[in-house]
Ligand binder design. Structure first.
Ligand code: NZQ
Ligand code: ZN
Length: 399
């Protein structure tokens, strides 16, 4: 077990009708002018945006609005948001949406409190000192951004997708009403469940410091998400399953399922960010498409963890302790996970994801992934650029 710091300052307001409390929650912060930031229209169609405006009006809180955030949120809108917030003297950002809206809000928050170009943080050439306070009304269980220290932005020019982590961007509050996620298309619900699973799997497949309690929490979370993802596939209005998945989404990425480990692997995320940048695909689907190839490529370097995952999470029968027997079990665990992805209509290859990258494009992605990682990425196996390229090549067709 490694030493760790667990920091989760976000106040969670969970349950039906909780979005009605947003005026009171902003008022408590003492902030005077709010930017309501949202996406491409779902919150208008569902009537949520109107309810949020009413909740702020009720408390006499003034606000300006900026919509138009797209999945893989763009830097150009972040700049627009910073200009608007400066002009309007905004001191609080209310993100009404999913990970893309929250991440765009965090980037605007950095731009409002630090001089210079906000993109520097995403290129890791300097660190932020502060961020405007962020509140969230969550509409999709997926990214965990409502409690995480992370934001991921795509620079329009060249479609370069980069993440930046800093505790100052963790939201002040997150309003989570599972009912709000019932308007999601089935595909987005499945993408969200995949991302939630991956945030714990990235922390689980490591070669250092694993704690028994953290492992049991992680395994319970993964089993719970898979169970309720299947229920939601057949019964999308099931409130209890929406609630289980929504809470799992936050716990999966607020640090809880990595306490005591070496910080996690996160290579699958690194590989996906290049796919998302180049082909603008949904993040969760991109993860599902690459994970099986990553897992097959690295499993022998992290065999005990893959074996444990197969037995404890995927229900593969324990089949002996010599290396070959363990490897056979590990492989069955990987196959069972891919079967799960297929059961919720998630892709298990780049072809199934709907993209056909050329080998030159695969090489470019491998190069950019290694540059973004500072050379080497991963804990289950430390991946260099050549390993990344191998995984991309394996992922073109499903196994
Ligand atoms: O834009 P609108 O019209 O709202 O539509 C969105 C969008 O098309 C729609 N949607 C959201 N809530 C809805 C809804 N449609 C109907 N009803 C609702 N209730 O769903 C689509 C996807 O939304 P998005 O916010 O992009 O999804 P998600 O939460 O999966 O966020 C993905 C982004 O988060 C990043 C990803 O890379 C990606 O850019 N990530 C952020 C992380 C973080 N900050 O901690 C960690 C993750 O690993 C991830 O990298
Ligand atoms: Zn993710």
């Amino acid at each position: 077990m490694f030493s760790f710091q667990y920091y989760t300052p976000t106040s969670v307001i969970f349950g039906r009708h909780t979005e009605g409390r947003v005026g009171e929650l902003v008022q408590k912060t003492g902030c005077k002018k709010v930017l309501i930031h949202y996406g491409s229209g779902s919150v208008i169609r569902s009537g949520l945006l109107k309810r949020i405006q009413e909740a702020l009006d009720e408390k006499g809180i003034s606000y300006v609005m900026l919509g138009g955030v797209v999945p893989n949120p763009r830097l150009s809108l972040v700049y627009e948001g910073i200009d608007l917030c400066k002009k309007e003297q905004v001191d609080f950002i209310l993100a009404v949406g999913g990970g893309s809206v929250i991440d765009s809000s965090k980037a605007i928050g950095y731009g409002m409190t630090n001089a210079g170009d906000v993109w520097d943080f995403y290129e890791h050439t300097r660190q932020a000192d502060a961020c405007l306070p962020i509140g969230v009304v969550l509409t999709i269980a997926a990214s965990g951004s409502e409690m995480s220290n992370s934001s991921v932005i795509t620079k329009d020019q060249g479609m370069v997708k980069r993440g930046y982590n800093h505790d100052v961007c963790r939201p002040v509050f997150a309003v989570m009403n599972p009912e709000l996620t019932m308007t999601l298309p089935a595909y987005q619900t499945a993408c969200g469940c995949t991302d939630i699973l991956m945030h714990t799997m990235e922390r689980y497949f490591t070669n250092g410091g694993n704690m028994e309690l953290t492992d049991v929490l992680a395994e319970g979370l993964m089993r719970t998400v898979m169970k309720h993802a299947r229920i939601l596939r057949d019964d999308p209005d099931n409130y209890d399953s929406r609630a289980e998945v929504m809470w799992a989404g936050s716990l999966s990425h607020n640090g809880l399922t990595g306490c005591g480990s070496d910080g996690g692997d996160f290579a699958t995320h690194g590989l996906e960010h290049e796919i998302g940048g180049m082909f603008d695909v949904a993040h969760g689907a991109g993860l599902a498409a690459i994970w099986g190839s990553w897992a097959r490529y690295v499993r022998r370097d992290c065999l005990d963890r893959f074996y444990r995952f197969a037995v404890q999470v995927m229900g593969v029968v324990d089949a002996g302790t010599d290396t070959d027997a363990k490897d056979a079990v590990a492989l069955k665990g990987i196959e069972a996970m891919e079967d799960f992805y297929r059961s919720i209509q998630m892709p298990t290859s780049l072809t199934e994801l709907g993209i056909s990258p050329t080998d030159e494009q695969l090489q470019t992605m491998a190069h950019m992934c290694s540059v973004a990682a500072g050379g080497v990425k991963g804990s289950a196996k430390k991946l260099e650029e050549k390993d990344m390229l191998q995984i991309y090549r394996m992922a073109v067709q499903s196994c």
